[in-house]
Design a protein around this ligand. Structure first.
Ligand code: PLP
Length: 409
């Protein structure tokens, strides 16, 4: 796809939501790790499906159904291209990252994990990459082991390696932490796990849409992400899996579309990827996610990565200049997430006062309570950037934080 030169002002024009006002102030949206705004092309793709293309997929011989099916499968090809997967059938459409992880825990876990087998995750996981494994361990008698991180928020690789034994059957690790911004050395982690014969699931929720991802180069066995975090619609996402593994796994849910034939005596299952896509999918959402992939490719992941690193460096300097402010998550290899605490001011107060200035950030534990426990804090304030944010917006953030400090002085 042809890429235009990176121009943030041009890019901002594609996102209608950036133009809204909050408390009669122009909106500064710095909550992109929670969800991202949608470019007009994504909004059009979803609206056009409902305006003139509404139909179910894979079932109809009529024109609209055939067109919807073609657009739906085209989105799969686009995601395959984005992730550099070997085949389209390795792309399973889900509701999001959470469902992708649950699918693997349920299907792979139920079929292949046994009592006493070990699963390794890290201390910086989102709850959606903790709880499904706890549930699996409770059901099957497996053992969950936790790889720690240091006070910069970097995974301690030697400690992770020490946890890997011949009993380790599965490793599930976040690529980029949503509360710390840490970029984990995922390729090395995957190689470590493979050496012990474990398979690896990568939580790519904060990665796809920010970094170029090549699943073949990483050699991950599974990778999950959400459409709404890559400038696409909510309610859709992707689980990438190696064909050889997906082929061996039993279905996750039963219903329409995932079968080859059904009788009361015996049901046979459909081929990949449909075996894992029971029921009517979010057709418009998937088509919208395909448009989001097109949009990302038109800007270029390398350009996005470069620009977001500049924003991160600028933001880190700006926030470090505020006396008393402490950044939570100072890894050497980081992405555009700045979590911070201010002495004696609760993050929820920070968030509320920033909102009055038109600035949207996230406050709380960010679904990573073990990260909060590590730093012995209840919550952080988190500013998270996308490629449509600007250094001027970071200046506004810094000014507003100074104002918050004044209010509490
Ligand atoms: N993993 C990480 C690192 C996340 O940041 C999130 C959402 O914030 C998730 C998983 C869950 O994503 P979703 O709620 O879209 O399924």
């Amino acid at each position: 796809m042809k890429q235009k030169p990176f121009n943030v002002e041009d890019i901002r024009k594609s996102f209608p939501n950036l133009k809204v006002g909050v408390h009669e102030k122009p909106l500064v949206y710095l909550d992109n790790a929670a969800t991202t705004f949608k470019p007009q092309s994504v909004i059009n793709a979803v609206a056009n499906h409902y305006k003139s293309g509404t139909s179910n997929v894979h079932r109809g011989v009529h024109t609209l159904s055939q067109q919807a099916t073609a657009a739906f499968e085209d989105a799969r090809n686009k995601v395959q291209g984005l992730l550099h997967a070997r085949k389209p059938c390795e792309i399973i459409f889900t509701k999001g990252t959470t469902e992708g992880i649950n699918l693997v825990a349920s299907s792979y876990g139920q079929a292949f994990l046994r009592k006493g087998d070990e699963i390794v995750i890290s201390e910086m996981e989102h709850h959606s990459n903790i709880v499904p494994w706890q549930m699996l361990c409770a059901a099957k008698g497996c053992i969950l082991k936790i790889a720690p991180f240091n006070d910069q928020g970097e995974l301690i690789r030697e400690e992770f390696q020490k946890l890997l034994t011949p009993k380790t059957k599965l490793v599930s690790i976040v690529y980029i932490s949503n509360s710390l911004g840490t970029i984990n050395p995922i390729k090395e982690i995957i190689a470590d796990a493979h050496k012990q014969g474990a398979i690896v699931l990568v939580d790519g929720a904060q990665t796809v849409g920010h970094l170029a991802v090549n699943v073949q180069d990483l050699d991950c066995d599974f990778l999950a992400f959400s459409g709404h975090k890559i400038f696409g619609p909510t309610g859709v996402g992707v689980l990438y899996g190696k064909e050889s593994l997906l082929d061996q796994m039993p279905p996750y849910q039963g219903g329409g579309d995932m079968i080859a034939s059904v009788t009361f005596e015996k049901t046979t299952y459909n081929v990949l990827p449909y075996k894992f896509e029971a029921g009517t999918p979010d057709v418009a959402g998937v088509i919208g996610m395909g448009a989001a992939v097109d949009y990302l490719q038109s800007i270029g992941l390398k350009n996005i990565e470069r620009y977001e690193q500049e924003l991160l460096n600028y933001g880190t300097k700006a926030l470090n200049a505020i006396s008393g402010l402490r950044l939570i998550g100072t890894a050497k290899n980081k992405t555009s997430i700045l979590s911070f605490v201010l002495p004696d001011i609760h993050p929820h107060d920070v968030g509320t006062l920033l909102d009055e200035e038109g600035i949207a950030i996230r406050t709380g534990h960010h679904c990573t309570q073990p990260v909060m426990k590590h730093f012995n804090i209840p919550a952080t304030s988190r500013a998270s950037f996308a490629f449509y944010n600007t250094s001027a917006e970071i200046d506004q953030l810094a000014q507003a934080i100074l104002k918050v400090k004044d209010v509490f002085r």
